[in-house]
Design a protein around this ligand. Structure first.
Ligand SMILES: [Zn+2]
Length: 164
């Protein structure tokens, strides 16, 4: 079974609803569907911006199709995969990467699990250390079909794929 949020194989899937969209997700991603219940202050300190909040803004943007809206780079929803893939391809352990970006190993582990959303500073450090981009351009110049397999896949892409 494949999680529709992170795309990873999961032993069982949980039904969640984000902004009226029903998703079958793994246990790790299931919390995004009920993050409203997380008491304030208990959220990840790296950012108060949760994935579902970003998703809501993105969905809104897609709905309004306002081509004159300013272009913005947003953290890719699949940043955990991008980080771990780049790290492994560079032959680094989580420990190695942690040292390279001057963070604790637990930070790297949380990032790769999607349990922590990196803030701007951390994103920059990761991008530099891993020679990758964790951002994706949104807005008017984004081509309507972005189907390069596995590259830059977003939750929206997964939903589209699932509904074919
Ligand atoms: Zn997942």
């Amino acid at each position: 079974m494949i999680c529709e949020m992170c795309g990873q194989e999961a032993p069982r899937l949980w039904k969640i609803t984000i902004e009226g969209t029903n998703l079958s997700v793994c246990q790790k991603c299931e919390k995004f569907g009920r993050n409203k219940n997380i008491p304030k202050g208990k959220e990840m300190s790296a950012s108060s911006d949760t994935i579902s909040e970003r998703l809501q803004r993105r969905e809104k943007r897609l709905r309004t199709k306002d081509v004159f809206e300013e272009r913005q780079d947003e953290l890719a929803l699949d940043y955990p995969k991008r980080i771990s893939r780049a790290r492994v391809s560079m032959g680094m352990s989580q420990d190695d990467l942690a040292k390279k970006i001057n963070e604790k190993k637990s930070v790297v582990a949380k990032l790769e699990n999607g349990d922590m959303v990196p803030d701007e500073k951390l994103v920059k450090k990761l991008e530099k250390a891993l020679e990758i981009s964790l951002k994706e351009k949104l807005g008017p110049v984004a081509p309507p079909k972005r189907s390069e397999a596995g590259k830059g896949m977003t939750l929206g892409d997964f939903i589209k794929v699932e509904r074919k």
